[in-house]
Design a protein around this ligand. Structure first.
Ligand SMILES: [Fe+2]
Ligand SMILES: [Fe+2]
Length: 142
């Protein structure tokens, strides 16, 4: 059975969170983990803004403000990630930027999972959720 877009998005959140924990613990190749996070988040955000957020707004117009916040948070998250990619892991300021990045990212994941994704769950049919899940996977993993 194909996965619902809600499941696909949550699974990607968990995968990214695991890599963020590795960066926070400064375990293994931190620079490689940051590159991997970047490679995963960029298409994830693009797919959300490209067709997930517009669908949420269509089925529940009241989410307008949260959708705008979500897109602004994507920009903040990527800005902090770019900073991290330009810093020396373990160097001055690195820890602080990691903390800011991790906090912003987790706040964002929580809001999407608590406030936005349930709108899809409630308003789309199972086949629609699965079609969008497939489209999301194609857009993010090629
Ligand atoms: Fe997300
Ligand atoms: Fe997002």
């Amino acid at each position: 059975m194909a996965s619902s877009v809600v499941t696909v998005i949550k699974e990607q959140h968990r995968e990214v969170d695991k890599l963020v924990k590795q960066v926070e613990a400064e375990k293994g190749d931190v620079a490689a983990a940051l590159q991997k996070i970047h490679g995963m988040l960029k298409p994830h955000h693009e797919a959300e803004e490209g067709f997930v957020y517009p669908t949420i707004k269509r089925v529940e117009p009241d989410t307008d403000e949260e959708i705008k916040d979500g897109a602004a948070e994507h920009d903040q998250i990527m800005g902090l990630l770019e900073e991290l990619l330009n810093q020396e892991p373990g160097g001055p300021g690195f820890d602080g930027t990691v903390s800011a990045f991790a906090a912003e990212l987790r706040h964002h994941f929580e809001e999407e999972e608590a406030d936005l994704l349930p709108e899809l769950q409630e308003n789309l049919s199972r086949p629609e959720l699965e079609d969008m899940g497939e489209r999301f996977l194609k857009a993010t993993t090629g």
